[in-house]
Design a protein around this ligand. Sequence first.
Ligand code: G1P
Length: 292
Amino acid sequence: MASTFGRVRKAVIPAAGLGTRFLPATKAVPKEMIPIVDIPMIQLIVEEAVRAGIEDIVLITARHKEAIENHFDYNYEVEDTLEKKGKADLAEVSKAVGKMCNLISIRQKNPMGLGHAVLCAEPVIGNEPFAVLLGDDLIDSTVPCTKQLVEIFEEQKASVVGVMEVPADEVSKYGIVGGKMLTPRLMDIKQLVEKPAPQAAPSRFAIPGRYVLSPTIFQCLKETKPGKGGEIQLTDGLQLLAERERLLAYQFSGTRYDTGDRLGFIDATIAYALKRADLAPGVKEILKKHLG
Ligand code: G1P
């Protein structure tokens, strides 16, 4: 039987946003389907969860997002055609995505904020711990960021959020945590503020979209009043959680890319292309050409 601080088997990926920051690309294509080189961003996020031992992905979705569900299904027409043409390798690339995980999607019918999106997953998560991964944050690391957090959760029997240090002039872009350092990387959180002004920030430790939470968060979210932007904020729900249970912040190892931002997206594209043995030499030539 699953228990509050048992094994983490499920992850919630909120993907209901309109993606207006990336218009016109997102007019007809869900922003989660935009690729970094040739892999849609949502697949990179799902791969991180799967590499952390997650089996069930709960996708919080919205109207016009069917392409995401199709991506994680089989595409019989493409796969069968490739096999008949003797291109079994390519057919396998397509099939492998279909086999990756169990995808359960839930519609968030009204955009009421990230906290509300996570609360929509309650009927599927039930009384189990779960991970949350936000799609605009790509984290490249040897041990997947979510796996680092799952290990802390299972060892400490406490909810944990991933954090990274940001410059003072960037705290207003993130949920910021404050509390007592237990070790150089681990903090006992006392306070969380969503997108504070620099002078109001309890620290410079920001949450870039990775969480492993006990199901108590659902009750906390139900009691959370609309906050910043009139939305139910996950950060505000986490403040209630920190008052009821232990909530930790872990400074993860890895490089984070903000792919919701145009320059962050270009940065991630170049970095991921340079990591590919088949592409790196060509990409270096292209960069040299453009930089003169
Ligand atoms: C959301 C969260 C914020 C978090 C950020 C990470 O904000 O509300 O706490 O730090 O994601 O990317 P958004 O960027 O969706 O406005």
